[in-house]
Write a protein that binds this ligand. Structure first.
Ligand code: SF4
Length: 222
């Protein structure tokens, strides 16, 4: 079933992307897009970045994870900062850790996150994209992965269901289209803006008000 979803003949999202030479996008762009398409375009098309205490915390967590040596414990090999890509899907990036079960041969991507589990599947989509990369690179089906959250110090198992795979493929196609367009979508102010490191650059309330004013002017102006 996983193979069907990634087959361009069976999946129109992939067929379109493959034919039109869209750019390869980073795995982090998928998570940014799932959070907010404007944030994704600001970061990946306009190279906007603002470090705040949340992004700094996330960076140090990844530095800590990445600095560890590979090791083997109880029949499992732990490889850190593994570079992965899926050329056919147009994605590439780094997996924080890949757990390789030396008995069964199975691989499991693990992503470390600063916060806690979220109601929306942003982190799951990024993790699933990592699994799709590992699948293309190794030819084996990756059944599950895990997210580890610093705030709750808890590990969450993620099963790569057909639904999550389809959602991930859709986001990959949308991100590639967005970044190829060079366009930055207008802001849509919402609850997520409070947690967004780019809120000062984005100015969502101001720009949204400006757009509404122009809309009304267009309706009633000369
Ligand atoms: S401030 Fe809000 S609209 Fe602007 S990029 Fe961040 S989440 Fe998106």
């Amino acid at each position: 079933m996983a193979g069907d979803l990634q087959n361009s003949a069976a999946n129109p999202l992939l067929a379109g992307a493959g034919e039109r030479d869209l750019p390869t996008v980073s795995l982090s762009a998928l998570q940014h897009y799932a959070f907010c398409p404007r944030q994704c375009a600001l970061i990946h098309n306009e190279q906007a970045w603002v470090e705040n205490y949340l992004t700094a915390q996330g960076r140090s967590l990844h530095e800590l994870v990445d600095s560890g040596e590979p090791e083997t414990r109880k029949g499992v090999r732990f490889e850190r900062s593994v570079h992965v890509s899926a050329q056919r899907l147009g994605i590439s990036g780094i997996v924080d850790m890949v757990e390789h079960d030396l008995v069964s041969g199975s691989l499991k991507p693990v992503e470390y996150k600063r916060g806690k589990p979220k109601p929306e599947p942003f982190d799951e989509i990024q993790l699933c994209a990592q699994a799709l990369c590992l699948e293309e690179m190794t030819g084996q089906t990756i059944a599950e992965g895990a997210l580890w959250y610093m705030q709750t110090r808890h590990r969450v198992l993620v099963v790569f269901s057909d639904g999550l795979r389809a959602q991930t493929l859709a986001v990959i196609a949308q991100v590639r289209e967005l970044l190829a367009s060079g366009q930055t979508p207008p802001p849509v102010y919402g609850k997520r803006c409070k947690a967004c490191s780019l809120v000062e650059i984005c100015q969502p309330k101001l720009l949204e008000k400006d757009r509404s004013a122009r809309y009304v002017e267009g309706l009633f102006g000369e």
